[in-house]
Design a protein around this ligand. Structure first.
Ligand SMILES: Cc1cc2nc3c(=O)[nH]c(=O)nc-3n(C[C@H](O)[C@H](O)[C@H](O)COP(=O)(O)O)c2cc1C
Length: 193
């Protein structure tokens, strides 16, 4: 069983993220051999990071929220990060949560679902760079929710209706297949190290 953590990185009221999150989780639940963990940053009241570098003091947690978050990252084999683009980057809530942890992410693959004027592409590119510092394998595959799909889903009464995202299913399935390949390869390598 591969445990894929789906990280919802926007927390503001009325966020769009709930739509793609519901679609991604439902599709993963239908995938054989996959266990899904939805990690919604709204559920973790992580304080503004101001501690010692977690890279030098692994798994020393300064709050219960960080400890709970760290345990969920530790338990995951692979990640799909859902990200909006805020001023051409990914949400600072996510960076703050990542900065509070370190080794929990090591040598695991990360894929992306983004949305916005350019499908969250700029935010995802920045996340890929950050993932390298976490000694992760950031993957090429991503789902970009561009304005043609985004506008319709945003205006809909129910943005969680999977029908809005149907045209993205092939891209999502390719992303998952690639993520599982990397997850298997890296889990085997981690276990033999
Ligand atoms: C602070 C802020 C900055 C934004 N900057 C961008 C941007 O740089 N590029 C973009 O495509 N959309 C931008 N948007 C629009 C977002 O794509 C849109 O609000 C989206 O719904 C955000 O995801 P969320 O609803 O899950 O928070 C921005 C929105 C906010 C709130």
């Amino acid at each position: 069983m591969t445990r894929i953590a789906v990280i919802v990185s926007t927390t503001r009221e009325g966020r769009f993220a709930d739509g793609p999150a519901a679609w991604a989780v439902a599709r993963l639940q239908d995938t054989a051999g996959v266990e899904v963990d939805l990690i919604d940053l709204r559920d973790f009241d992580i304080p503004h990071f101001d501690g010692a570098p977690p890279a030098r003091s692994p798994r020393v947690y300064r709050s219960d929220a960080v400890a709970r978050f760290g345990a969920r990252i530790d338990a995951a084999d692979a990640f799909i990060v859902l990200t909006a683009e805020y001023n051409h980057s990914y949400p600072s809530v996510l960076k703050n949560a990542m900065d509070a942890t370190f080794v929990e992410w090591h040598r695991k693959p990360m894929s992306f679902i983004g949305w916005g004027g350019v499908g969250g592409a700029r935010a995802i590119e920045q996340l890929r760079l950050v993932a390298v510092e976490f000694e992760m394998a950031p993957l090429r595959h991503a789902v970009h929710i561009l304005p043609d799909v985004l506008r319709v889903a945003m205006m809909a009464e129910d943005k969680t209706d999977p029908a809005h995202y149907e045209s993205l299913n092939p891209r999502f399935d390719a992303l998952v297949a690639d993520l599982l390949w990397w997850s298997d390869a890296l889990a085997a390598a981690r276990n033999s190290a």
